[in-house]
Design a protein around this ligand. Structure first.
Ligand code: FES
Ligand code: FE
Length: 414
């Protein structure tokens, strides 16, 4: 890859080269410049509620362990033994008193400190400095309303500063109910596509819905044809984005009578928490840069984990109101599974688009073409009721901002 990044990505003109979705060198640089510096989603606090509860995940392509400490704090460290680099923890989740490497038995405590080494005296002759051989700690981890994010950057913006105006929109999801909990285990699956296709779509693209999802919307029973699809899109210098309809329609939820009744009953409380404008209207698609996305209507959130330039691992969860009756939680979980999960009707249509595009990029000419991101150029600005830069929902302003942020970080280097 000899071209400059600014030759490939021109957010102002709305031109994006197809090369950025398939090139190995660009992918490697993304892992350092973007995933090595941004705030990344690690876990929701309800996934690891007790002392010693842990889960394993990745930050970009680096494996990490996230652990609840006895103080209630969360710590994350590289899932890599400092002896020969074996994975320290080999299960997806659990509860531990310590982590023992399965290769030669080095033992790390819940904060990642190396505490015990077999044959420390007769092998290392007492000369091993265990203090210096703790697992590599993620230097900054924060808990934002139950959502735990971490960054490899020792300095830089706090998570709240990183969100900027996006916090107001994220709160329509994270702060809708007094207590949140994740409902059930994650759905995990692989899609053969570059991580930026889903991330940018959730930031900027409701445009695809009335074409890609028309059969699913009809199957859901919604009247898309007569729905009022006027709406707005928020875009951010941080690369985050969201779009939402100003009316409630079209609705992708089908909770059944009990859960629908419960949701209607708590509407007023939601309005008191968030204000009417936000509680009622801000219920759309969202991405927090780079790879955390959520849908307020169907209460799903997910990470698009990069697995090389041509592949992602998707992990999705359903967020529920912890105070709701079990029957309601179950209905919400089932609704998310039906719509946005490995087997969800909308999700399947989205994944099909992204993997088809990735397949087309294998062509030597097709892989060097340029994509058009010009929708709504020059039309976004101030809005009295919604913070940040606001344009029409049918716009690619948030896509251009996503790639403007991408370019800024890629040009900065490691
Ligand atoms: Fe972990 Fe040797 S690689 S103890
Ligand atoms: Fe979609």
């Amino acid at each position: 890859m000899t071209k400059k990044y600014s030759d490939l990505v021109d957010p102002d003109e709305g031109q994006i080269s197809a090369l950025i979705y398939a090139d190995e060198d660009i992918y490697d640089q993304e892992m350092r410049s973007i995933f090595g510096t941004s705030w990344l989603f690690l876990a929701h606090e309800s996934m690891i509620p007790k002392k010693g509860d842990y889960l394993t995940t990745t930050m970009g392509d680096d494996p990490v362990v996230v652990v609840r400490q006895s103080s209630g704090e969360f710590v994350a460290f590289m899932n890599q033994c400092r002896h020969r680099g074996m994975r320290l923890c080999r299960s997806d989740e659990g509860n531990a008193k310590a982590f023992t490497c399965s290769y030669h038995g080095w033992v790390y405590d819940l904060s990642g400190k190396l505490v015990q080494v077999p044959h420390e005296e007769d092998g290392y002759l007492g000369a091993l400095n265990k203090e210096k051989l703790g697992a590599q700690r993620v230097p900054r981890v924060t808990n934002y309303k139950g959502f735990i994010f971490g960054t490899w950057s020792e300095e830089g913006p706090t998570f709240e500063e990183y969100l900027g105006d996006m916090a107001w929109y994220f709160d329509s999801f994270a702060d809708r109910w007094q207590h949140n909990e994740v409902l059930g285990a994650p759905n995990r699956w692989i899609i053969d596509c570059n991580w930026k296709f889903p991330a940018e779509q959730f930031a900027t693209d409701v445009y695809h819905a009335e074409t890609s999802h028309i059969s699913a919307l009809i199957a859901q029973g919604g009247d898309w044809v007569n729905a009022d699809t006027r709406g707005l899109q928020f875009s951010s210098p941080g690369g985050h984005g969201t779009g939402f309809y100003l009316d409630d329609a079209p609705d992708m939820t089908d909770y059944g009578p009990v859960a629908s009744e419960y949701r209607a009953a708590i509407r007023q409380t939601e309005i008191e928490r968030l204000g009417e404008t936000r509680a009622v209207h801000v219920r759309g698609h969202n991405t927090i840069f780079p790879n955390f996305s959520f849908l307020v209507g169907t209460n799903t959130f997910r990470i698009w984990q990069p697995r090389g330039p041509h592949s992602i691992e998707v992990m999705t969860w359903t967020l529920g109101d912890a105070d709701a009756p079990a029957e309601v939680k179950d209905a919400m979980r089932r609704n998310a599974l039906r719509t946005f999960s490995a087997g969800g009707i909308f999700e399947a249509e989205d994944g099909e688009n992204w993997s088809e595009i990735q397949g087309v990029l294998k062509g030597s000419r097709a892989g060097r073409s340029s994509f058009n991101f010009t929708m709504g150029r020059g039309a976004a600005g101030h809005h009295d009721d919604f913070p940040g830069r606001i344009g029409n929902i049918y716009s690619e302003e948030a896509g251009r901002s996503f790639y403007r942020r991408w370019l800024e970080l890629m040009e900065k280097g490691d």
